[in-house]
Design a protein around this ligand. Structure first.
Ligand SMILES: Cc1cc2nc3c(=O)[nH]c(=O)nc-3n(C[C@H](O)[C@H](O)[C@H](O)COP(=O)(O)OP(=O)(O)OC[C@H]3O[C@@H](n4cnc5c(N)ncnc54)[C@H](O)[C@@H]3O)c2cc1C
Length: 60
């Protein structure tokens, strides 16, 4: 299985699938992480999603 795009949605899906033992390849079109600035805050729904995936607390 191939997961396209290492944005927040693709990475989250990849993590959930990998935890279930689903083979996958995470690919990303952008050659670097230096891309247009995208935000400065996590909304409550985003934090809830991270918590549901067991990813809290966040690193400082
Ligand atoms: C200016 C701006 C400010 C924002 N501020 C905030 C904020 O403060 N807080 C917040 O929570 N959200 C914010 N957002 C929204 C947030 O960035 C998006 O909701 C989030 O990035 C969406 O994630 P995604 O994984 O759906 O898509 P994306 O982040 O777009 O990820 C998709 C990835 O797929 C890759 N891709 C696409 N096509 C291919 C292909 N064919 N092959 C391989 N890779 C491919 C792209 O390079 C990209 O990295 C902001 C957005 C913008 C534009």
């Amino acid at each position: 299985m191939v997961i396209v795009g290492a944005g927040p949605a693709g990475v989250a899906l990849a993590l959930l699938l990998a935890r279930q033992g689903v083979p996958l390849t995470l690919v990303e079109a952008s050659p670097t992480s230096a891309r247009q600035f995208r935000g400065e805050a996590l909304m409550p729904s985003g934090l809830a999603a991270l918590a549901a995936m067991g990813l809290l607390p966040l690193p400082a």
